[in-house]
Design a protein around this ligand. Structure first.
Ligand SMILES: *Cc1c(COP(=O)(O)O)cnc(C)c1O
Length: 221
């Protein structure tokens, strides 16, 4: 009794229409993903490239695969032929590598720049100023095989609603402000199992939900 289907239906029915649900399936077996697929889910998020490739090979080809983890540039090549959206881009160097690999496959790969919103030191991501620098840079225009379609953020792992509210609203405000100059910015990826309602209240239109769908993970990912 896994309850994946029930969990999915419950979450889906609670999401506003404009919010995309990324089912975060990292560490979970292919059979769990198949169950979610059979229940209608088509967007899956993984945080390790090799694991995502193995699941891509094993599952139906109409799944949209999102890479949500921290990226190692040297592994981008393994997913460049199929990845649908890369959430965690946090350097120009990585953008360049994604562009290079996408070009080999004649594709344009959609990317989100990861913003640093958590106050804790350990989180990845770019400060807002650096995101603006990248968006404004001439060298970005040379990268024809990537498209920056939005921003992603991870809040601090905390129950403190006020702090979460602060972190989400700061990214949401920054996103709205930049949308005026960069109309390609359409996706704001923020919110996980513990905090997605608050993220949506603060303007998120893409949530990454793992444990509330698939149950707790058995090992650290
Ligand atoms: C694991 C992970 C999630 C999902 O976390 P849950 O708390 O299980 O919903 C979302 N985003 C990223 C970047 C993750 O690594």
């Amino acid at each position: 009794m896994t309850g994946i289907k029930d969990n999915l239906q419950k979450i889906k029915s609670s999401l506003p229409k404009h919010v995309t649900l990324v089912a975060v399936s990292k560490t979970k077996p292919v059979s769990d993903l198949q169950e979610a697929y059979d229940a209608g889910q088509r967007v899956f998020g993984e945080n390790k490239i090799q694991e995502m490739v193995a699941k891509y090979d094993a599952l139906p080809k109409d799944i949209q695969w999102h890479m949500i983890g921290h990226l190692q540039s040297n592994k981008v090549k393994y997913m460049a032929h199929f990845v649908d959206l890369i959430h965690g881009v946090d350097s120009f160097k990585t953008l360049k590598e994604i562009d290079k690999q996408a070009k080999k496959h004649g594709r344009v790969i959609n990317c989100l720049l990861q913003a640093r919103i958590a106050k804790e030191e350990t989180k990845f991501g770019l400060p807002f100023e650096e995101i603006e620098e990248i968006l404004a840079s001439d060298k970005l225009k040379e990268l024809k095989n990537i498209k920056i379609v939005g921003l992603m953020g991870m809040a601090t792992f905390t129950d403190n609603q006020e702090q979460l509210q602060d972190e989400f609203s700061s990214l949401s405000n920054f996103f709205s402000k930049n949308q005026k100059n960069y109309p390609d910015l359409q996706t704001l990826s923020m919110g996980m199992s513990g905090d997605y309602q608050l993220a949506i209240e603060n303007g998120s239109n893409m949530v990454r939900i793992g444990s509330s769908i698939f149950g707790v993970r058995n090992y650290i990912a």
